[in-house]
Design a protein. Structure first.
Length: 194
């Protein structure tokens, strides 16, 4: 048996062998793939939350006369909703602010995982539109139910416009990040070019 045949092993030439320059691979690991996709989703959510935060800051500069939160995501409503879920009856202002940051960054990052299946099924524009509709509807349902806001059809026009625009920023950033991670994953899977 030649050295090449011995290195190839029983699977045959080129199959099941790893050369020193090859990238590490997870062999046949569906769970590993799902964990990778979930991590991509959380990364997409983190990037989207960051972009939404920056977008709120820019909108606040443009609308200096707004005087207070621009919409319910920009208020203490997410913290109140989380406190209600946690059965925390009366968080003080400092605790509510900390809970608000935790909800904003934690929940915002985790929700990015919901965009993964949409990006795998739809083209980018369709995935962005479907994801935007889903997260906008989710906010419209959760805030009145858990946060004590009026139903969305009773929100002021500027609150509706800000909420729609900010959720579009979030959705577009999440889908864009997932497209980037998918391209990166495909490049890594293909290995180095010779």
């Amino acid at each position: 048996m030649t050295a090449d045949a011995a290195a190839a092993g029983p699977a045959g030439p080129g199959e099941g062998t790893v050369s020193p320059g090859d990238p590490p691979r997870r062999r046949g690991s569906r769970a590993g793939e799902l964990c990778g996709l979930a991590a991509d989703g959380v990364l997409a959510g983190l990037v989207a939350t960051t972009m939404m935060t920056l977008s709120y800051a820019a909108e606040r500069k443009l609308r200096r006369n707004a005087g207070g939160p621009l919409d319910y995501d920009d208020s203490n409503v997410p913290a109140l909703a989380a406190a209600r879920v946690l059965r925390w009856s009366d968080p003080g202002p400092a605790a509510s602010r900390r809970l608000g940051y935790l909800v904003h960054w934690g929940y915002g990052s985790a929700v990015g995982a919901a965009a993964v299946p949409l990006c795998r099924m739809l083209r980018p524009a369709g995935a962005t539109a479907a994801y935007w509709a889903a997260i906008t509807a989710m906010a419209g349902a959760l805030f009145p139910t858990l946060g004590g806001t009026p139903p969305p059809w009773r929100w002021r026009a500027d609150v509706i416009a800000t909420s729609a625009a900010q959720h579009l920023v979030y959705a577009a950033a999440a889908v864009g990040t997932l497209r980037w991670t998918a391209r990166r994953r495909a490049i890594m899977k293909a290995g180095p070019r010779h």
